[in-house]
Ligand binder design. Structure first.
Ligand SMILES: Cc1ncc(COP(=O)(O)O)c(C=O)c1O
Length: 371
């Protein structure tokens, strides 16, 4: 009887999955938050909820993220909504590499996906404006730009502050709405705060920001949010299915308001930041020790290492034989090409397993290297 999404061959350490470590999921505290919500709100916690989400959670999200808020069933649902309400009638520019399942979600809507031009720092704003104008002249306008600018999936990298400002300016000039997937923002390590989001009161005409409690609290809750201009949130609220079903995941949203308001969220976040930073360090140290030919940047946040390894695409099969998994780089692009890095998620396994995974990767890589 299937219960969860994660599956892998027995004995395999599969670093292909960006899933949380089981010990990072706050089972007891969540039970308390749910009980507290039911005590505080009684029947109002179990009836149809207010369309944009219940006030206590909206106020808390607003106090941290600004803008108008629409509570969603996770970042995936937020993207699905944004694609269906704001993506129509045009092409979508996507940062590459980027979150592969965002590509799948956007493609589900029949949107024409185009890689945004980029250089070593990320999307190149001037080249992007040229592309937008070329497409508009050809009768193929661009409506959205999707990117994960902070602790990106799969690279772990963040877009520099100057690029953020330029990108907003260019998108505004080109009439394109930026979809800022900010799923990993809170997972910053080493005491260094994340760069400011693209979304702000000044950029709300051009940017929609997507957030999630999946990485900070638990993916099973299916709880996230959109922050956007009042007009855009009003357009989401007007959807027939929202009118029909009321606010999304109302009962879980009220439990989250308790979890946040009691201070449990902040305490939990501190704990998991330490945990995931430790897991990142364990994998980094083990790769440096066992796979010295692997080249990568150490991410300041998020869940992933983006690793350049000789013959990465050929590595999948020997790695599986040696009991270790990863995602090949091509997963995160619109079109395949040889020699791309691989993505290793350090989120799901503890430090000892990550060290062992690096050792196995070294053995697999050695089986490919010329003797
Ligand atoms: C960039 C990015 N966006 C969205 C998601 C999915 O978020 P949620 O679980 O809130 O739907 C993920 C999960 O891997 C992700 O990496």
């Amino acid at each position: 009887m299937a219960l969860v999404q994660f599956h892998t061959a027995p004995g395999t350490l599969d670093l292909g999955w960006g899933h949380p470590h089981p010990d990072a999921l706050p089972v007891g505290e969540w039970a308390e938050a749910t009980a507290a919500a039911l005590r505080r709100y009684g029947a109002a916690a179990l009836t149809y909820g207010y369309a944009a989400g219940p006030g206590p959670l909206i106020e808390w999200i607003k106090s941290r993220a600004g803008g108008e808020v629409f509570v969603t069933a996770g970042a995936s649902h937020a993207l699905e909504l944004v694609a269906s309400v704001f993506g129509r009638g045009g092409g979508v520019l996507v940062d590459t590499p980027t979150y592969h399942l965002a590509l799948a979600t956007l493609a589900d809507h029949g949107l024409d996906l185009v890689a945004a031009p980029a250089d070593a720092d990320g999307i190149d704003p001037a080249a992007m404006l040229e592309l937008i104008e070329r497409r508009r002249a050809a009768g193929r306008p661009v409506t959205l730009l999707y990117l994960v600018p902070t602790y990106g999936n799969p690279t772990g990298r963040s877009l520099p502050a100057a690029r953020r400002a330029e990108l907003i300016e260019v998108a505004r000039r080109g009439g394109v709405t930026i979809v800022e997937d900010d799923t990993y923002r809170e997972l910053s390590y080493d005491g260094v705060p994340a760069p400011a989001p693209l979304f702000s009161a000044d950029s709300a005409d051009t940017v929609i920001r997507i957030g999630s409690f999946a990485k900070t609290v638990a993916p099973g809750l299916r709880l996230g949010w959109i922050t956007a201009s009042a007009d855009r949130v009003a357009a989401l609220v007007r959807r027939g299915y929202v009118d029909s079903g009321g606010g999304v995941n109302h009962t879980a949203a009220l439990a989250m308001a308790e979890f946040a308001g009691s201070g449990a969220f902040d305490a939990h976040l501190e704990r998991i930041r330490r945990r995931y930073a430790g897991q990142r360090d364990a994998l980094v140290d083990a790769l440096r020790r066992y796979v010295p030919q692997a080249a990568f940047d150490v991410p300041a946040g998020g869940w992933f290492l983006w690793v350049r390894l000789l013959s990465a695409d050929q590595l999948v099969e020997p790695a599986a034989r040696h009991g270790v998994g990863f995602l090949p780089g091509n997963t995160f692009f619109l079109h395949p090409a040889p020699g791309r890095p691989i993505r290793l998620a350090f989120s799901h396994y503890g430090e000892a397993d990550l060290t062992e995974a690096a050792r196995r990767l070294a053995t697999a890589a050695a089986s490919l290297s010329p003797k």
